[in-house]
Design a protein around this ligand. Structure first.
Ligand code: ZN
Length: 153
């Protein structure tokens, strides 16, 4: 008995993380030399998964998570939504966090060398101080950025 086409599951994927090179994360969206590895994109879910290496003092530019995201901080410290002192979270490795739909991350800051895994559902809306969109980053943009930098070309 054959399964109808539309019920075929999406193929799985395995990534040997130490066999792919780090790429520079786009400077317009971060500062301080953040590097990353894109592990997966899931067009049917509008989702993607990446691993980030964030040097001490680095940060991501302000953005809104249009959909929720989950992270696993494997190393270091990450201040989310201003960190504990400002009503947000300060994650210390090993730490897990769930960021809800429409979470505003004014500055995600790394006070020490850190690494984390994160899966994103839906796009990231990078915004200016007034909340205006600078760049709306979908799974496709993420994949294009990865392919542009990871290939070295
Ligand atoms: Zn964020």
């Amino acid at each position: 008995m054959s399964t109808p086409m539309h019920l075929d599951p999406v193929k799985g994927r395995y990534v040997q993380m130490d066999e792919i090179e780090w790429a520079d994360f786009p400077e317009g969206l971060s500062k301080g030399g953040i590097r990353w590895k894109l592990l997966n994109v899931s067009p049917e879910m509008g989702a993607w998964t990446a691993y980030y290496k964030c040097p001490k003092g680095s940060s991501f530019a302000p953005h809104v998570h249009i959909g929720p995201g989950e992270y696993f901080l494997t190393k270091g410290k990450m201040e989310v939504r201003g960190g504990e002192g400002e009503g947000g979270s300060t994650a210390t490795a090993p730490g897990y966090g769930y960021e809800s739909c429409m979470a505003l991350h004014t500055e995600t800051y790394f006070p020490e060398d850190s690494e984390f895994y994160m899966t994103f559902l839906g796009p990231l809306n990078f915004v200016d101080e007034d909340g205006n969109t600078i760049a709306l980053i979908t799974w496709k943009d993420v994949q294009d950025a990865w392919e542009a930098t990871a290939s070295g070309g």
